[in-house]
Design a protein. Structure first.
Length: 280
């Protein structure tokens, strides 16, 4: 039995620090393309333009463009989700307990929060963020279309096969992925591989390209341009296959979860609002 889900993926290069411009484009594109879409996804930290990498970054300036989940702007996203009858994956910097998190918030078509993800794998350019600690999957109500089990990772998280594999083991049939970084040909192969090895769909949502890869390791849809636009494509979740999971040999993979095999990590102490960090 077919299980169609229509995905909308915003392809737009946000302006760093310019939240009003980015919000305006988000609203415009959602209103233009969101009707009839089941899930609408933005790029990574779309609201603030992924300003965390900038030389003029400060804790105080970051706080000005960050959002709290209980705040007015997120309430506006929720209202739009209800109005358009579509779930939204919204990428922004979350201010939480004085720290900054690279956040993807999943808001259901009813305007309620269906899931939240914090980027878990932080490299040098992301060390102003605090790490996420969970790789969860979430149940999403699609109305007349039934439901779906979805997972989220953000950008660099995709480089480690364990990340998306964990989503799949938690039941996710599709990975909704806000991104900002590399989007070259090699990345397309990586996403095709992640889809194939897990028997699931991957929705790579980037400022320059929107890419959907399917459980067969093929490119299902792609939109690349230099102007704001939205890729709208319907996938069939019935194609998501558990065959690779069924044929695995977990009894042989003990080292993957053995903490003694972890390489030593440098101390990690990201900044917090109201704490003097010298150079920060």
């Amino acid at each position: 039995m077919e299980r169609p889900v229509t995905i909308g993926m915003l392809k737009d290069v946000p302006e760093k620090w310019n939240t009003e411009r980015n919000w305006s484009v988000f609203c415009e594109q959602l209103e233009l393309h969101g009707r009839g879409v089941d899930v609408f996804i933005t790029p990574e930290c779309y609201y603030d333009g992924y300003a965390v990498t900038e030389q003029d970054w400060t804790v105080e300036r970051s706080a000005e463009v960050s959002l709290e989940v209980g705040g007015e702007r997120i309430a506006e996203v929720a209202a739009l989700a209800r109005q358009m009858d579509t779930a939204v994956v919204f990428g922004f910097t979350e201010l939480l307990a004085g720290g900054f998190y690279n956040c993807a918030l999943l808001i259901g078509r009813d305007g309620e929060i269906a899931g939240k993800y914090h980027k878990t794998h932080l490299q040098t350019h992301d060390h102003r963020f605090h790490r996420g600690e969970h790789l969860d999957a979430f149940d999403l109500d699609l109305g007349a279309r039934g439901g779906a089990r979805v997972g989220m990772v953000i950008c660099a998280d995709r480089r480690w096969p364990e990340s998306i594999r964990m989503l799949r083991l938690n039941g996710a049939e599709i990975c909704l992925m806000p991104t900002y970084g590399m989007w070259h040909d090699d990345n397309e192969w990586w996403m095709r591989t992640r889809s194939y090895e897990n028997g699931m769909f991957v929705c790579f949502t980037h400022p320059n390209v929107s890419l959907i890869t399917d459980p067969h390791g093929k490119v299902a849809a792609k939109l690349q341009s230099n102007v704001p636009d939205v890729l709208v494509h319907t996938v069939d979740l019935a194609e998501a296959s558990g065959k690779h999971l069924e044929d695995r040999r977990p009894d042989l993979y003990g080292a993957l979860a053995d903490q003694t095999h972890r390489s030593a990590q440098k101390p990690f102490d990201p900044p917090r609002l109201g704490v003097d960090r010298g150079e920060e």
